[in-house]
Design a protein around this ligand. Sequence first.
Ligand SMILES: NC(=O)c1ccc[n+]([C@@H]2O[C@H](COP(=O)([O-])OP(=O)(O)OC[C@H]3O[C@@H](n4cnc5c(N)ncnc54)[C@H](OP(=O)(O)O)[C@@H]3O)[C@@H](O)[C@H]2O)c1
Length: 276
Amino acid sequence: MRKYQNENFNYALFGNPINHSKSPEIHNLFAKQTGILHFYKAINIPLDQFSLLVSNFFKSNVKGANITSPFKQEAYFFCDKLSKRAQIAKSVNTLKKVNNRYILGDNTDGIGLLSDLTRLKFIKKNFSILILGAGGAVQGILLSILSLGCSVYILNRTDLNAINLVNQFRKYGNIKIFKKDSLKNTCFDLVINGLSRNIRYKNIFIPSYLFSSKTFFYDMNYGSKSTSFINWCKNMNSKYVSDGTGMLVFQAAHSFLKWHGILPKIDYIIDLLNKK
Ligand SMILES: NC(=O)c1ccc[n+]([C@@H]2O[C@H](COP(=O)([O-])OP(=O)(O)OC[C@H]3O[C@@H](n4cnc5c(N)ncnc54)[C@H](OP(=O)(O)O)[C@@H]3O)[C@@H](O)[C@H]2O)c1
């Protein structure tokens, strides 16, 4: 059994794969900025061992964890208690050990994305938004987007996952499955990519009349100046394109707030990561 007791960290990120993650770097910068003893490590875990390894982790003297793809839905079932937003999302990216008694689950993806879209001036009330994907990250962001009165269309490889998501969120706003034939008069204001990294976008056929020169494109993926989604946008000559580095920093900052009660300064960290 894997032991964490003697290792020198008290917060961790669990996912698979994890080698691309910039979260340890961001959390180290938060620790330095605030002076809080916050030691954070990324841990790659086998797909079938989430509950076992995360329970084992929390038995040691640790305080919290982040959860990334593909474990956010599993993390939802793992927690003893949930924040309101995690309860609605049915997806958890932040775990906190409370009073050494129970594990609280939260989801900071929604506030992370909305904060970055606002910083970039990529979002307004009542926008028409196409979202690619129906996984844990999309579950995490929908409440924030729908709260702005936006109309959301979901396009996903597995129809059933998209249908389940629409049924889950329809009481919180205007959300539908994307059907290209019924959208002749629609032009999307914003497209958000929530698909896994490195998908071939030329296989995802979306008619170009659904976009205009003013459409904003946001990739929740990050880590390289040219994710495959960003290349796809550039091939369409889109002017307003961003990757998810800002969202990553904002969601991390809100996890830090949940754990320590302090929201770190963010903008210089986004600049720092974007320069790399
Ligand atoms: N910037 C940030 O802060 C941030 C935050 C959260 C997530 N993310 C990124 O967002 C991405 C999604 O995360 P997640 O947690 O939602 O992952 P997830 O739960 O594993 O969902 C993956 C999504 O991608 C689709 N997909 C996977 N392989 C595909 C393929 N070959 N062709 C077409 N569609 C495919 C899945 O469709 P099916 O339903 O058909 O399987 C599903 O919609 C990750 O890359 C993650 O790093 C970034």
